[in-house]
Design a protein around this ligand. Structure first.
Ligand SMILES: Nc1ncnc2c1ncn2[C@@H]1O[C@H](COP(=O)(O)OP(=O)(O)OP(=O)(O)O)[C@@H](O)[C@H]1O
Ligand SMILES: Nc1nc2c(ncn2[C@@H]2O[C@H](COP(=O)(O)O)[C@@H](O)[C@H]2O)c(=O)[nH]1
Length: 218
């Protein structure tokens, strides 16, 4: 009989969203370092790189016409304008990971989260919204990051409640007070979601084998 080509389990699409500065990139980096079974969806963006950001690692930095051509060719699973720049998740690496039963982590805004949840891949989505402990702390974190001008920080603070207003669309909501605690909670969520029955197709064969063993012992 031909070998089954289906993966042992379906890959998860883990979406992290939050107002800018609440800490999702920090949490995403820690999760990726701790869990080699999960890969990061490197977005395309028209935003300029921040100091230390590397093309192809944090983002694929592209021009607006190049981004628009990707949209035109259907190469992005979702895309949105955020803070005046375009951002989008390349479709091909996500589909390859899913076909292989590997998990993908997204650091995207609510618009992208909504588009992926409403796509054909929506059943595989686990969405997590991260809240700051307070708006004053959010502003402190944006400033403390030391990578954005006062004008950019003011723009992101001005948009923060618009992002927060989508919190109830997410499966899980965490307040990021302590980074170790938030990381641990996100890891627990991923572990538990991997154990959902529908994400373990091999269980059908396994339970059939238990049944055969049971019958043989009668
Ligand atoms: N629990 C925490 N306590 C204190 N500082 C934190 C915590 N989590 C993250 N930070 C700090 O807050 C700043 C913003 O975090 P980060 O860049 O991860 O936010 P973000 O949500 O990814 O923002 P953006 O949407 O702009 O990418 C960073 O300097 C980070 O080190
Ligand atoms: N809809 C999408 N949003 C994205 C994507 N990549 C990042 N983002 C979100 O944009 C803001 C700003 O990010 P920054 O790196 O400029 O601070 C933040 O909320 C990200 O989550 C994407 O592919 N699609």
């Amino acid at each position: 009989m031909a070998a089954l080509s289906a993966p042992e389990r379906r890959g998860l699409l883990v979406i992290l969203s939050s107002p800018s500065g609440a800490g999702k990139t920090t949490i995403a980096r820690r999760l990726l370092a701790a869990d080699p079974a999960i890969r990061f969806s490197v977005s395309a963006t028209t935003r300029a790189p921040r100091p230390g950001e590397v093309d192809g690692r944090e983002y694929h930095f592209v021009t607006r016409p190049a981004f628009e051509a990707m949209v035109e060719r259907g190469e992005l699973l979702e895309h949105a304008e955020v803070f005046g720049n375009l951002y989008g998740s390349p479709r091909l690496p996500i589909e390859l990971a899913m076909a292989d039963g590997r998990d993908t982590l997204f650091d995207i805004d609510w618009q992208g989260g909504q588009q992926i949840r409403n796509s054909a891949l929506g059943r595989e989505v686990v969405s997590i919204f991260i809240l700051p402990p307070s708006m004053a702390e959010l502003e402190r974190r944006l400033r403390g990051r030391g990578q954005d001008s006062e004008e950019v920080i003011a723009g992101r603070m001005a948009r923060s409640m618009a992002e927060v207003s989508h919190w109830a669309e997410y499966d899980y909501v965490l307040v990021n007070r302590d980074v170790d605690e938030t990381e641990a909670r996100v890891r627990h969520i991923v572990e538990v979601e991997r154990l959902r029955r529908e994400r373990q197709p091999w269980l059908n064969d396994f339970v059939r084998s238990l049944s055969r063993e049971f019958e043989a012992a009668q």
